[in-house]
Design a protein around this ligand. Structure first.
Ligand code: LLP
Length: 445
């Protein structure tokens, strides 16, 4: 679904509707990116709405074309706002809320509560109560403390809450250590390596106000291989066989988490959604049947693979500085406040100039942010055509964990977000104003 612009150098992973328009500028969703920047200001997150929908549909269609019951759960931590929740609901997806705040956002979008899964390794009593009150479909239990608290709270509310148990399968997913979650040394879930997870099954079954419907595992993010998913299924199937034998537990929902990688630059080659779904479904069928277990409904929780490549960020270049013999710095009016990923994970992005994307690159530049930290670098080495202040610089593939990790460091208001489609841009998150920065603050007497 990604398009390649006819450029000589690294091909930026832009959404499907991207093209060079009649005046030689970058266009996405039928909208001229330079015009978007002029009208809505910069930095600006731009999402190709059709690309978002296509990616949701890729998951739904891949599962529908196979037999068996399934659920595609959008992990809203990747990008959470009312509009994306509406879009996910329209496309038939369920929703993973990582906190009370994401749950609130989904409910503000009128997301059907019965299709919401509340996650979290340290949910507070008030978040759990909020979820119960909202009648969410599932709560994914991460610890025995949470299990007991939820049972108590559910009984107080006179509700029987469906729950999944999050387990840690001990699988190495070959991704950045900070975004790898399924290994044994993890703060998430019940480890399968000892009796913890089996004990949790017994505890959940005993809890009168909880109904244990299944098991959840998430092995990491930005994953390019299918083998870890197959291994996870095998490990989970072993566990389910034991849980059935020892506790008569029948798993009705097997949630394999998210993690499929996105394309940030050359060399990134994640499997297609269809391949992931094929790997997951066929290994569940094989492993579950081999152990004589009933086939559960299969769920996945994609975040990044739905939103990352549908989004891009437009900045204005403020200054171009050459340190002779060292490097060329191109500084833009955003940075680590709208994209923390380079700093947190050493993530690398591409850059292009939206007002002349086809111009021959004349230099290699380091794209720096505007924050007072030397490490605030968005792109280490971008081939750019003689950049000048006022140019609109675009970093593609910023749709996941960009806005959702945005912050106000150095008093930087968070950017606006627009959805573009068929020549129309809709603001789905307004730009913060300076007043917003002090909105919650009180003066000393
Ligand atoms: N389900 C659970 C329980 C998760 O913890 C996550 C991501 C997902 C689903 C979605 O995973 P995805 O399909 O997006 O890979 N901030 C990091 C990513 C952290 C991912 C945390 N969990 C980054 O910017 O790379």
């Amino acid at each position: 679904m990604l398009v390649s612009l006819p450029m000589k150098l690294p091909i930026p992973p832009l959404p499907g509707s991207s093209k060079i328009n009649a005046v030689g500028r970058l266009e996405v969703g039928g909208c001229d990116v330079v015009e978007l920047a002029r009208e809505h200001g910069t930095p600006l997150f731009i999402y190709d709405e059709q690309e978002l929908r296509n990616r949701c549909r890729a998951y739904m269609e891949a599962f529908s074309s196979r037999s068996g019951d399934f659920e595609v759960i959008y992990a809203s931590k990747a990008f959470s706002c009312i509009a994306i929740c509406q879009l996910a609901a329209q496309e038939g997806l369920s929703l993973d809320a990582a906190s009370g705040g994401e749950l609130y956002t989904a409910l503000a979008a009128w997301f059907p509560p019965e299709k919401i899964f509340l996650h979290g390794n340290a949910n507070t009593a008030s978040e759990l109560d909020f979820a119960l009150r909202s009648e969410v479909g599932h709560i994914v239990i991460d610890s025995l403390d949470e299990l007991m608290e939820l049972d108590r709270a559910a009984s107080q509310r006179g509700r029987r809450q469906q729950v999944l148990l999050r387990v840690t399968p001990g699988i190495e997913a070959h991704t950045h250590e900070f975004i790898q979650t399924g290994t044994l040394d993890s703060k998430f879930g019940f480890p399968l390596a000892d009796e913890s997870a089996l004990k949790a099954v017994a505890a959940a079954q005993k809890a009168e106000s909880l109904e244990l419907t299944g098991v959840h595992a998430h092995i990491g993010s930005q994953i390019f291989a299918l083998e870890p998913y197959r291994q996870t299924v095998a490990v989970l199937a072993d566990f389910l066989a034991l849980a059935r034998e020892q506790h008569g537990f029948d798993c009705r929902l097997l949630d394999l988490g998210g993690g499929l990688g996105a394309v940030y630059g050359p060399g990134d080659d994640p499997p297609a959604v269809d391949q992931l779904v094929e790997a997951v479904v066929s290994s569940v069928e094989a492993e579950i049947e081999r152990r004589g277990l009933p086939l559960p409904r299969i769920a996945v929780e994609p975040g990044r693979s739905i939103v990352a490549n549908a989004g891009l960020t437009a900045y204005e270049i403020e200054t171009v500085k050459t340190v002779p013999g060292v490097r060329n710095f191109v500084a833009v009016n955003g940075g680590m406040s709208d994209n923390l990923r380079p700093m947190l994970y050493g993530a690398n992005y591409q850059a292009l100039i939206a007002n002349r994307p086809l111009a021959e690159p004349a230099m290699t530049a380091t794209v720096a942010g505007k924050h007072c930290e030397s490490g605030d670098i968005l792109v280490k080495a971008a081939p750019l055509p003689e950049p000048v202040p006022g140019d609109i610089l675009v970093t593609p593939a910023t749709g996941a964990y960009g806005y959702s990790m945005a912050n106000n460091y150095n008093g930087q208001p968070r950017p606006a977000v627009v959805f573009v489609r068929e020549g129309r841009a809709r603001v789905v998150i307004r730009r913060e104003a300076y007043e917003d920065l002090v909105r919650l603050q009180e003066r000393l007497e």
